[in-house]
Every structure is written in C-alpha cells, then in structure tokens.
Design a protein around this ligand. Sequence first.
Ligand SMILES: C[S@@+](CC[C@H](N)C(=O)[O-])C[C@H]1O[C@@H](n2cnc3c(N)ncnc32)[C@H](O)[C@@H]1O
Length: 344
Amino acid sequence: MESHSIAICENAGERESVMKLVEISAGYWLPRALHVVADLGVADALDEEPRSADYLAAEVGVNADALDRVLRLLASHDVFRRNEGKYEHNALSLALRSDHPQSMRAYVRLVGLPVFWKSWGALEEVVRSGKPAVTDIFAYLKEHPRETEIFDAGMKSKAQSAISPVIAAYDFSQLGTIADIGGGLGHLLKAILKSSPKSRGVLFDQAHVIERVEPDQAIGTRLTLQAGDFFRGPLPSCDAYMVMEVLHDWTDKQSRQILQQIRSAASGAAKLLVIETMLPSASAWTAGQGEHFGHSLDINMLVLTGGRERTSDEFARLFADSGWRFLRVMPTASPYSIVEAITA
Ligand SMILES: C[S@@+](CC[C@H](N)C(=O)[O-])C[C@H]1O[C@@H](n2cnc3c(N)ncnc32)[C@H](O)[C@@H]1O
C-alpha cells in the first residue's frame, strides 16, 4: 500500500494522548478475562468468606496461579475485591453470580461465546469483503443448543437492565393487544403485561425459542405464544408491535421484509415500536456528541449478522419503504431508544 506523507508537529500533549492507542489496542485483554471468569462460574463459587485463588481454582477445576492472575486483573478494574491475597465480592462481581436479581453472567457469557470471539477475530476479512464472518447466526444457533441457551439467557439478562427504562419511557397501558416480534423468551413483553394489567400480548419467535418460554402466573392467559418465521408470516393481528433488537440483525432489504410482514398483519391504526440503539446523527457528530455504545454494537452486527445499527433518519427511510410512517424517537435511561411509527 502506498503511504502518503503529511506534516506532523509533535508536542508533549500529543505524545501523552497517543498512549490512548496502547489502551485501545490492548482493550480486549480485560473483557476476555471477564468472559472466562463468568463462563467458569467463579462468582458462584465465591461465597461471603474471602477466598484464596487456590480455593476458587479447586472449586471450578482450573489452574490456581493462572486464575489468581486473571482475578487480579479484574480486581484492578473493580470486578471482585482483592484483599491480603484473597478475593471478596463487590457490586460488580455479585452481578456475575447466577442468583443475582439483575445477573449479567449470561450476557457476559453470550458476548464471550466462541462464535462471537471467532467472528471478531475475522474482522479484517469482514472489512475486506463487507460480509459477516457467519453465514446465518440464527441457523448456527439452532444447530448448537448449548450456545442457544446461553444466547437466549444472555438476551434476557441484557434486557433486565433495559426493561425498566423502556417501560418508564412509554405509556404501554394505552395499548390493547401488543405483539413482541422476535421477542425471545418474552422478558420485555411479560414485564409490560405486568405493568399494564388491561393489555394482552402475543409473543412471536422461532419454534425452538417459543417452546422454552416459561408460563407466568401473574399474567396467565393474557399472554399467547406463537411460533413462526417473521419473513414468511403469518404474524398475529394486533394494535401494536414491538421489535426489540431484531432489525439490527438484518440488512435494509431483510428489515423491510420484516416490516412489510408486520404491516400486512397490522390493524388499520396500529403502532410500531422499534427498540434499539439509535446512532448519533450527522449534527450530533458536528456538536462533538458522536460517542455511543451503538457504534460497538454496530460492528458486532457487521461481523455476526450482516445487520447494522441505524440513525433515526435511516429508520424513517426503512419505515417509508414498508408501509409505516415515522412519528418520533423517545430516548430511554439506557443505551436503547424507542422509535414510534404508525401505519402509513
Ligand atoms: C437479538 S434477539 C432479540 C430478542 C429480544 N427481542 C430482546 O431484545 O432481548 C433476536 C430474536 O429474533 C429471533 N428470530 C431470528 N430469526 C427469526 C425468524 N426468522 N422468525 C422469528 N424470529 C426470529 C431470534 O430467535 C431471537 O429471539
């Protein structure tokens, strides 16, 4: 590759700031340590007593010196507390326990799944070809039940932290029958039906996901389960449709197909609520507000699914092409926004 020369004036501030490149380039060492510790169940093996790495290594069946060094790295970033050579729980390590009410263990394991890790490892190839490293992630998951379980549990644990902000940002109680399309194990819809006792819900997802949805006595018959393919339909006929972190899995063409399927099933005045991260607009970049978690998620979609995160303008265009009219974006107290549309 030809290198083009430019004039570079170096000063002390610049020398300091280039150290940031060291941090960024080595940035994956820390998360990898977190994935492994979550996968091994180290936080579950640690009780209220301070414990040595020898003890924890024996509990989870690994090498004590290696585990000690990995835990020391994590403790230096406030995941576990290290005191006199032993480990104790703190807020972040407790959230790695499986029995924590807002447990993030499954989400961390999901991000560390071999298929995620290998796909990110293939980023250079992905950038060269513009094609994802995996041909069809959902077909892959269907063939790998153990990874599917981690994937679905990870989606559920990610949603735990996003559900309250989403419910707080929108009045779901005004909606009669709400469908959650690609709703996974039903975590979002169940929470909405609990907070809106007059609403009914239809959870729509692939058969092998729907068959693992657990009934919930607090909702009873207000929740209906429907297995199917959102590219083919038929989808349920409802007053409102939620689509959380589904469109970002797909290209624009595929997303339009999903939205058109929903449109054909929707009643005349139905609402569409897309819940995803919203990439900053061009004007936000100009105002120095380009930073957003959605940019990382966007590359995750690039390598794994061929999908993408989108700006509100990009959503508005997708809607216009598939029978929906963009109304507004509601930010929530989480990285997710709610984009509302109505039938066009
Ligand atoms: C990224 S997950 C999002 C799950 C959930 N909405 C959430 O936010 O936690 C995408 C969901 O789409 C479902 N899905 C993928 N392909 C599908 C298809 N062709 N028909 C129906 N559901 C599908 C998956 O099973 C999965 O539950």
